[in-house]
Design a protein around this ligand. Structure first.
Ligand code: AMP
Length: 297
């Protein structure tokens, strides 16, 4: 089984062509919905009294929501703007709200999860919850600039508690205080994790393991509307695929990275979660085949 823990959010996303207010977002939302095309994930998260019924219905449709806590107070809110190239994002506001003092617990039925994804979230909460699972075979975490600047030492500690770290290039540089991605990955591995996957947005990703580097391009797209959640969809697709294969072999991890690229490419084609929720398994398989053809030489 796969369990995803992290933020469920109400987002405001500002792109050069549109502003979307009060959209369903959150790192765990994107990751769990993306993973749901490979396995039925359990979700651990907290939402407030303002979390709309229609968003609860979306979560119900794709994931097991036993672990979603409904609290008094406001749902976590995120507000971000993209530049004209859609590749640079500025965080305008992060309101932690109910996430701030969340004491997450693992529901009994999730305790035996072999695969656990700690999506972008308070790193201290992430490091705490990973210890509550009984037999984790493969765990992975992500982070974002907000946590690197406010809780850097907790981020580093969290990375030592998991098997793999997935992180975007700018955040990897910021966290490790280096400009070279190979050096950044090595430094993260020194903190205790075995695999590092650095996401490079439209330029794909780099997987590092021991002395191995596996670069994979992004699926080339002509029309991108909203990159929000691409990284989370990448991670959800990757760990969802691993969970469906119940494998952590390096060859399966490489395939999983390609599924990650494929899921990320769907996420950016529509606003918010709409790039994912209309998908079918055959859309994903077809794009995976096209990807394979694209990189074959
Ligand atoms: P991504 O575009 O993959 O980096 O993820 C964007 C999602 O992460 C948005 O839907 C936000 O709600 C969520 N997010 C942004 N900042 C944070 C944060 N500090 N902690 C947890 N989740 C966040």
């Amino acid at each position: 089984m796969l369990t995803v823990f992290g933020s469920v959010a109400i987002d405001t996303i500002r792109t050069p062509s549109r502003v979307i207010k009060n959209a369903l977002g959150g790192a765990a939302t994107f990751a769990a919905i993306s993973a749901s095309f490979f396995t039925k994930p359990g979700l651990i998260a907290i939402v407030g009294h303002d979390f709309p019924r229609k968003y609860q219905n979306v979560l119900n449709e794709f994931v097991d929501v036993t672990g979603v806590v409904h609290a008094n107070g406001k749902t976590f809110r995120y507000d971000g703007s993209y530049d004209s190239t859609l590749s640079l994002r500025t965080t305008n506001k992060t309101e932690l709200n109910v996430l701030k003092d969340f004491r997450p617990a693992v529901p009994e039925k999730y305790r035996k999860s072999e695969f656990v994804y700690l999506a972008n979230n308070d790193p201290a909460q992430n490091a705490h919850i990973i210890k509550e699972f009984d037999k984790v075979k493969f765990s992975m975490c992500d982070t974002i600039d907000f946590w690197i600047s406010t809780k850097r030492s907790d981020v580093i500690k969290m990375m030592g508690e998991v098997d793999s770290v997935v992180i975007n290039d700018e955040e990897a540089k910021m966290l490790t205080k280096t400009h070279n991605l190979i050096k950044a990955a090595r430094k993260i591995m020194e903190w205790g994790t075995k695999y590092v996957i650095i996401k490079k947005g439209e330029h794909g990703s780099l997987l590092f393991y021991d002395d191995i580097v596996f670069p994979s391009p992004a699926f080339s797209l002509e029309n991108i509307v909203d990159p929000t959640g691409a990284g989370d969809s990448f991670a959800g697709g990757m760990i969802g695929y691993l969970s469906s294969k119940n494998s952590t072999k390096l060859s399966t991890i490489k395939e999983a990275v390609v599924y990650g690229n494929v899921m990320g490419s769907f996420a950016v084609e529509r606003y918010g979660i709409h790039g994912l929720i209309g998908l079918s398994k055959s859309n994903i398989q077809n794009r995976f085949k096209r990807y394979r053809k694209m990189v074959h030489f």
